[in-house]
Design a protein. Structure first.
Length: 645
């Protein structure tokens, strides 16, 4: 019953983790995932030992129904449709699972054989049915783990998969025409988006797992078509809803493939068959076998009055619970898969699937160095003296508050619009003039914005001077400096809200990824962040003084002398930015810096980060990566095209 309860919890709770980043949910699932295997393995071994020790008919007769439960433990070890792996590391352990399968199937065969030779033979038939079903389910789980592990970073099969992706280079050209058609409709067709995501799943999975060759580019003969359709796409009526929904669908399908049975079966089904019908056939067979086993068990119990076996009522009740529970879980898994998995959306089950619901948490974590310093100072001021004992008690009671979880905000429509607008602008620019190198960050997007100021010396000169800091600093230093720049400019309170607010949100999110998650930060980067954080209190005193912003506008640099190096650098950048006459132009530069940093991190932080966070509500960084795939920005390589022509 403990094993059965754990399986019920996993079945019902696992679907929520793709949309929620709750630590309680993930911690509970982790414990249940581990305990489910431990408990089932332990009990199966215990039952086998029970048979070996009992010996003789009298000993085994007393435990006859307990032996009937052995195949159910094999069924439980097969796991649920909604979760095959808790993390990518579990996928890579599929060989260990295969060894477990061999040992546990051998133990189950031993139990069934004992039942045939010494037990109630009326129970052999339902035991065999449940044994076959359990072995198949367990084997299916290992197959799903192996399929996902083949695409895990560091897998030995990566080389062949990359070569396969290169041979199918045409898949990367995409079809902007279909995207234009979808986004031009009066109302977004979710079914059309699902169909598009399904068609491009192989390509999107390769891109997600960083298995796309870097020299793939669009076909030269399609250059004019791509330029025309990109311009149409940029002005389409529902381009924002279509692009982000398609990116969400890609990520959701990838989650199903990596962490659920249903997604793996759907992906590996024959293209000539209906994959959803293949999964439905498997469910019907499972339901049929379990139902027949229930009927045979009921017949055995009905004829038990004339046999020599005396079963306790509690054992009979538990047996019925396990049989009926297996049927109920099978039906529930069907319903949950149809309502929570995007794979089912294209089939007849699309009417049950809540397609309008978000496929991830839709939240941005935030971290601001200056605000964190303010909060820390306020907590210290609120601490009243009370002796060593009182201080210790307050420290214990306030421990959760000393390192609070980062605040999260909903990803606003302004943030989505800013990112997609910039990606489409850069895609058109890349297709028409330049090759954008995503392997390193050097402020190309902001420089492109600054080049548009060439007609105005008052704006162009300061813009290029402000951006020169990016060329001099490494990536982490650039993030810290421009985070402080954004904080100062936001404090100034000028600029249009459609640029200031989303730029500030992206600044806080990227600073959280770098400072709190350590994403793309080496040892020198950690030291630099720590030093900057230590220098923030002195900077805070200056920032909150009246006239500080005005002094920056006037270029009075003597206030920077006692600041930490990167804080002083941020102030110097602000001095140049404030020389730009139009506030909108200033924020155009800042927005370009943050959108390029976001896209650079999305493409270079590694597939491990993206795959890991699929199971904790998802990250906007992952959505940004798949948005780049939707637009095909990394493959709009004009320089290579011209060489080929």
């Amino acid at each position: 019953m403990a094993s059965f309860s754990l399986q019920v919890f996993l079945l019902l709770s696992a679907p929520f983790r793709r949309r929620h980043g709750s630590r309680l949910l993930n911690g509970s699932l982790w414990v249940a995932y581990l305990m489910a295997d431990y408990v089932a393995t332990y009990i199966l071994g215990r039952l086998t030992l029970l048979l070996a020790v009992a010996g003789g008919n009298e000993g085994t007769r007393h435990h006859q129904l307990a032996l009937f439960w052995a195949p159910f433990l094999l069924l439980h070890l097969g796991g649920q449709e909604t979760i095959t792996a808790f993390s990518m590391e579990d996928n890579t352990l599929w060989k260990r699972r295969l060894l477990d399968l061999i040992a546990q199937v051998a133990m189950s065969v031993y139990v069934v054989g004992k039942q045939w030779r010494q037990g109630d033979r009326l129970l052999v038939a339902p035991m065999v049915l449940m044994f076959v079903l359990g072995a198949v389910k367990y084997g299916e789980r290992i197959w799903a783990l192996r399929a996902a592990a083949a695409r895990a970073p560091g897998s030995s099969s990566i080389a062949s998969l990359v070569a396969h992706a290169y041979r199918k280079e045409g898949d990367w050209n995409g079809d902007y025409g279909r995207l234009v058609g979808i986004s031009s409709q009066d109302k977004i067709s979710i079914e059309s988006i699902l169909k598009e995501a399904s068609v491009e799943f192989q390509a999107s999975l390769d891109f997600f797992m960083d298995m796309t060759p870097s020299n793939i580019s669009i076909s030269p003969r399609r250059y004019a078509f791509f330029m025309d359709t990109l311009l149409q796409l940029k002005t389409s009526k529902n381009v924002y809803g279509m692009a982000y929904k398609l990116a969400e669908m890609h990520v959701s399908l990838i989650y199903d493939y990596l962490y659920t049975k249903f997604g793996t079966v759907r992906f590996h089904a024959s293209p000539k068959s209906n994959p959803t019908m293949v999964a439905a056939l498997q469910w019907l067979v499972s339901l049929g076998l379990t139902s027949v086993a229930l009927a045979l068990f009921a017949m055995a119990m009905a004829g038990n009055t004339t046999s020599n076996f005396d079963y306790s009522e509690s054992d009979i009740l538990i047996s019925y619970i396990l049989l009926v529970g297996a049927i109920a879980m099978e039906i529930s898994s069907i319903f949950i898969a149809l309502t929570s998995s995007c794979w089912a959306g294209i089939a007849v089950a699309k009417h049950l699937h809540h397609l309008d619901a978000g496929e991830w948490s839709g939240k941005l974590a935030q971290y601001n160095m200056v605000d964190a310093c303010v909060q820390k100072r306020e907590r210290r001021q609120q601490t009243s003296p009370g002796g060593a004992v009182g201080a210790l008690i307050r420290r214990i009671l306030q421990a959760p508050c000393e390192t609070p979880p980062p605040p999260h905000i909903i990803v606003s429509p302004e943030v989505k619009k800013l990112l997609l607008d910039k990606v489409l602008e850069i895609a058109i620019e890349a297709l028409d003039h330049n090759r954008w190198d995503f392997r390193r960050f050097h402020g190309q997007w902001a420089l492109w914005v600054a080049n548009r100021f060439e007609g105005s010396d008052a704006a162009a000169g300061p813009a290029h001077k402000a951006l020169s800091s990016i060329q001099k600093l490494d990536f982490v230093a650039t993030v810290v400096v421009w985070h402080l720049v954004t904080t100062i400019c936001f404090q100034a309170g000028d600029g249009p809200g459609e640029l200031t607010n989303p730029s500030n949100d992206l600044s806080g999110y990227i600073m959280y990824l770098v400072a709190k998650r350590g994403l793309m930060v080496d040892s020198n980067g950690h030291i630099m962040i720590a030093k900057t954080q230590m220098g923030v209190p002195d900077f805070l005193d200056e920032l909150h003084q009246d006239g500080f912003i005005q002094k920056l506008r006037e270029g009075k640099l003597q206030y920077h002398d006692r600041f930490q190096l990167f804080i002083a650098g941020a102030c110097m950048v602000c001095v140049e930015l404030f020389k730009i006459p139009e506030a909108r132009d200033r924020w155009e530069l800042i927005a370009a810096v943050w959108t390029e940093i976001l896209c650079y991190m999305a493409l270079n932080c590694g597939a491990t980060f993206h795959a890991k966070h699929l199971t904790a509500g998802g990250e906007f960084l992952t959505q940004a990566k798949m948005l780049l795939f939707v637009i095909r920005l990394p493959f709009l390589n004009k320089k290579m095209l011209m060489g080929m022509l």
